[in-house]
Design a protein around this ligand. Structure first.
Ligand code: FES
Ligand code: FES
Length: 177
């Protein structure tokens, strides 16, 4: 990233907070999040679209931050891993990852979590997801440590906990997300 005289302000809503931030035409959303806004949860792994460690949600859809030009996100709503937990506690998917030991080195975890949240918030609510459905939802996220089994267990567990609520990631009676 370079500051560059060609940097222009763009407006984003990041984890519910409106922000205006400079971005050059060649700067990626991942770079803006990490190096201009200090949101280093989204990881710069391969930086070429292979690993999914940079996955964030833009207007509710998962995107690879390393392949997404920041200027094209002007006006968008962006959710990152930093927005999952609240003062009341971890998001339920995060808590399930902890329970199942689904994070080892943790480098893939932010991207995994965002893909999982997107899956849980958009899945058919009337039945539990199959293991294959969860695996498909996370297929763009690579993990070199866990062998994936514990990650799938965690997401299936979170889905069971979240039951049939229409917005699974939202605050519930226990105050945890
Ligand atoms: S850092 Fe974006 S896909 Fe690997
Ligand atoms: S926990 Fe290390 S890459 Fe997934």
């Amino acid at each position: 990233m370079s500051e560059g005289s060609d940097a222009q302000p763009i407006s984003l809503t990041v984890n519910g907070e409106p922000v205006t931030v400079l971005a050059t035409p060649s700067e990626t959303l991942l770079e803006v999040l990490r190096y201009r806004l200090g949101l280093t949860g989204s990881k710069q792994g391969c930086d070429k679209g292979d690993c999914g460690a940079c996955t964030v949600l833009v207007d509710g859809r998962p995107v690879l931050g390393c392949l997404t030009l920041a200027t094209l996100c002007d006006g968008a709503e962006v959710r990152t891993v930093e927005g999952l937990s609240t003062a009341a506690g971890l998001h339920r998917v995060q808590a399930a990852f902890v329970r199942h030991g689904a994070a080892q080195c943790g480098f893939c975890t932010p991207g995994m979590l965002m893909s999982a949240v997107r899956f849980l918030e958009t899945r058919e609510q009337a039945r539990a997801p199959t293991r294959e459905e969860v695996a498909a939802a996370l297929s763009g996220n690579l993990c070199r440590c866990t062998g994936y089994a514990k990650i799938l267990d965690a997401v299936i567990d979170a889905a069971a906990e979240l039951g049939t609520r229409s917005v699974p990631g939202s605050n519930d009676a226990e105050g945890a997300r």
